[in-house]
Design a binder for this molecule. Structure first.
Ligand code: KG4
Ligand code: ZN
Length: 343
């Protein structure tokens, strides 16, 4: 089966071609530069960019795969959750293509696709479902932070999610307080690499709570008060690095601690992680160390597949169609607030 997938839920315009579990092409046009001047994603601008870029991005994915639209057997797109007008562009384009080519269309839940992105590996990237093991999956991005129990392929249950800010948002907002440009996560990662994570003490919200929820707005507030009381810290290169390392350590401690705690409680042998914050080197190293300590297998999404992409949408769509899932209606609407329901 050869399938084209589109993803436009936030600020990445992406198209991918997938055939029999292999990613033949994956093209992502990022809008980071466009939004950085505003310090965050502006939905209206994101939508205009998707409109401008989606067809060229789709054409380059097909070209990279060496295929034409007539070679496709199905079309997929992210149906939700995400920014309503942004979702509309990818979804309606995919449905129109499916109509014109007389092909089945399948609408995909963006977070469900993240759950399987750690299983896409190798060159060329392939879905390694043969290696699948029941797992606890951490999805951690600028918009979302959640823990999911993936009990079997295509069977999952959300364990907990953030009560306020997402972890990526916490990276970006604290970076902004420090005076770093948007998105600050990667910059904090860079500066933290040479800093002392124990230099300054910040709270680890909900780390020892029995539930699987997260909360990061208190940490952001703690950084705000810290900077009010110690404004000189950001002027000193060494102290700035220590500050970034200390903020990152607090976020990483919470993400790692809660993920391992859930995995041990549920008795799974495998942990996975995906989403933009999974690019963070501190988080990758810490998850690796803690999983090893607790004899858990760790599968981290490839850095190129951590941030939003259409390859993960295509891989999940193909897997679902193979497992007998029905196509989605060609006039189905976007689902901006779609909850990841238990399956
Ligand atoms: O998954 P993603 O591209 O977009 C969504 O939010 O859906 O994630 C973007 C987020 C941003 O908050 C960005 O700061 C964060 O991921 N991020 C990082 C790193 N790379 C990206 N945060 C910390 N360390 C990184 N290396
Ligand atoms: Zn995402």
């Amino acid at each position: 089966m050869t399938l084209l997938a589109l993803e436009t839920s936030c600020d990445e315009t992406a198209a991918a071609v997938v055939r029999d579990g292999e990613v033949l092409a994956s093209v992502v046009s990022s809008q980071i530069a466009l939004h950085s001047e505003y310090g965050g994603v502006v939905p209206e601008l994101a939508t205009r960019e998707h409109l401008r870029n989606l067809i060229p991005v789709t054409q380059s994915a097909l070209r990279e795969a060496g295929l034409r639209a007539a070679d496709l057997h199905a079309i997929a797109a992210t149906q939700g959750p995400g920014l309503p007008p942004a979702l509309m562009i990818g979804l309606k384009t995919a449905q129109a293509m499916a109509f014109a080519l007389d092909l089945p269309f399948i609408g995909i839940h963006h977070h469900e696709a993240h759950l399987y992105s750690p299983w896409i590996a190798g060159r060329p990237p392939r879905a390694d479902f043969a290696a699948f093991a029941p797992n606890v999956s951490l999805i951690v991005s600028g918009g979302h932070t959640m823990l999911v129990h993936v009990e079997a392929e295509l069977r999952h249950r959300v364990l907990g999610s953030t009560l306020d800010d997402a972890a990526g948002e916490c990276f970006d907002k604290t970076a902004k307080l420090i005076g770093l440009p948007y998105p600050g996560g990667p910059l904090i990662d860079q500066l933290a690499a040479e800093g002392d994570p124990s230099a300054f003490k910040f709270p680890r919200p909900l780390l020892h709570d029995a539930n699987d929820d997260f909360s990061f707005s208190g940490l952001k507030t703690a950084v705000r008060y810290f900077l009010r009381d110690h404004p000189a810290v950001v002027q000193d290169r060494r102290q700035l690095r220590d500050l970034c390392a200390s903020i990152q350590a607090a976020i990483v401690d919470v993400l790692t601690g809660k993920t391992i705690q859930a995995a041990r409680r549920l008795g799974v042998r495998c942990v996975t992680a995906s989403g933009g914050v999974t690019c963070n080197r501190g988080l990758r190293q810490r998850l690796a160390a803690e999983c090893e300590r607790h004899s858990l297998t760790l599968r981290l999404a490839d850095p190129g597949l951590c941030t939003d992409n259409a390859a993960m949408i295509g891989i999940l769509a193909e897997h679902k169609l193979r497992h007998g899932h029905s196509p989605t209606s060609l006039d189905a609407d976007p689902r901006p607030g779609w909850e990841l329901a238990p399956t």
